[in-house]
Design a binder for this molecule. Structure first.
Ligand SMILES: NC(=O)c1ccc[n+]([C@@H]2O[C@H](COP(=O)([O-])OP(=O)(O)OC[C@H]3O[C@@H](n4cnc5c(N)ncnc54)[C@H](OP(=O)(O)O)[C@@H]3O)[C@@H](O)[C@H]2O)c1
Length: 327
């Protein structure tokens, strides 16, 4: 499954958006959180992603407190018509207060945030603009109303929400069409299958699973032991010494399925998401994150892999056995 001859399946963004590659690229780790960064290799990774049919590139204003958007700017302007750039607002972090993790959904904040993102990305319009996190200290109607005004003003094309409930998704969609719902979804994290995915399917919202590789954990046991002390994941409960051994036994089951097929565990993790989204009849564009060209062909090839029923049955019980909350 790592042949160069990959033809990326397509998925529609929302109800009236474009057809885009059914796998996007998460760009967060290129600037922050996951240990050492490598700007030159990350730039080459962006270029290679386009060659392989990836069209949606995911960032947020808070990744590197603006640095990730700035890093993407030359790539975005060089490929403006070929890509869908997605960014997010909601965290109060700024270069002056990088530790301010409070959430702000006020209309004034949103209006200021979008202008900052437009400037950092060097674009006239953001394709997909997400509310990164919701706080109920601001009425949903006020926040979505402000986001809808950005569409009217031509600053944003489509709206998205991240990590909201099904009720919030429905309420927001009634105010303005929501094109995409971004939440954590993987073999190990399946909470959204209960209510959120069915709501998205019904409303025609595209689900964008984040951390589809379990922040790297689902790619194999070797990955977890390779984490350096500059990597934020060492502090995440699922990676803690206390939970690691139990979770590695579950990862070993994914590796067993992968080796029996002659593919990688990462491919099994991504193929599982496509299978699950077909079952739940929802449009899905996972955004695995990588800073390395060497991962891309492997990950993209998984978009065309079909898991068997016995393989899906072996993977089904893993989520309920995972130790440690996700962050
Ligand atoms: N909305 C939200 O709240 C939210 C939260 C988290 C993330 N996100 C978005 O979702 C994107 C993806 O999530 P994520 O980066 O947290 O986790 P992920 O995609 O589950 O995993 C990323 C990790 O897997 C490694 N990796 C990728 N492909 C691999 C492969 N084929 N083999 C081995 N290792 C591989 C990457 O390492 P290398 O870089 O070294 O390849 C990286 O450490 C982020 O970039 C971000 O855009 C959104």
């Amino acid at each position: 499954m790592t042949s160069e001859n990959t033809s990326m399946p397509q998925a529609q963004l929302g109800q009236d958006g474009p057809m885009i590659g059914a796998q996007g690229l998460g760009c967060m780790g290129m600037s922050e959180f996951y240990g050492e960064t490598d700007t030159a290799e990350s730039r080459l990774t962006l270029e290679r992603a386009i060659e392989l049919g990836i069209s949606m590139f995911d960032t947020a204003d808070m990744y590197g407190v603006g640095a990730n958007e700035e890093f993407l700017a030359p790539f975005v302007s060089a490929n403006r018509e070929r890509i869908t750039i997605a960014t997010k607002f909601g965290y109060s972090r700024t270069p002056e207060s990088p530790d301010d993790w409070s959430i702000d959904n006020r209309p004034d904040f949103i209006r200021a945030a979008v202008d900052r993102s437009l400037q950092r990305l060097g674009v006239d319009v953001i394709d997909l603009y997400y509310m990164h996190r919701r706080t109920d200290s601001v009425a949903l109607e006020d926040s979505i109303g402000a986001m809808a005004d950005l569409v009217k003003a031509g600053k944003v094309k489509w709206l998205g929400l991240s990590a909201v409930s099904a009720a919030e998704l429905r309420a927001a969609h009634a105010i303005h069409p929501i094109a995409a719902l971004q939440s954590e979804w993987s073999i190990f994290t399946r909470d959204i299958e209960q209510d959120v995915v069915p709501a998205a399917a019904e409303l025609g919202v595209t689900v964008v699973p984040y951390s589809p590789l379990g922040r790297g954990m689902l790619t194999g046991r070797a990955f977890v032991t390779s984490l350096t002390n500059t990597d934020a994941r060492q502090y995440f409960p699922r990676f803690s010494d206390e939970n690691r051994a139990a979770n590695m036994l579950l990862v070993a089951k994914i590796e067993d399925i992968a080796s029996a097929r002659g593919v990688s565990a990462a491919q099994i993790a991504l193929a599982w998401l496509y299978a699950q989204s077909r079952k739940l009849k929802v449009k899905t564009v996972p955004i695995p994150g990588t800073r390395k060209r060497s991962r891309l062909l492997e990950n993209v090839a998984a978009a065309s892999m079909i898991l068997t029923v016995p393989e899906m049955e072996r993977l089904a019980p893993l989520a309920s056995a995972v130790q440690g909350i996700t962050v």
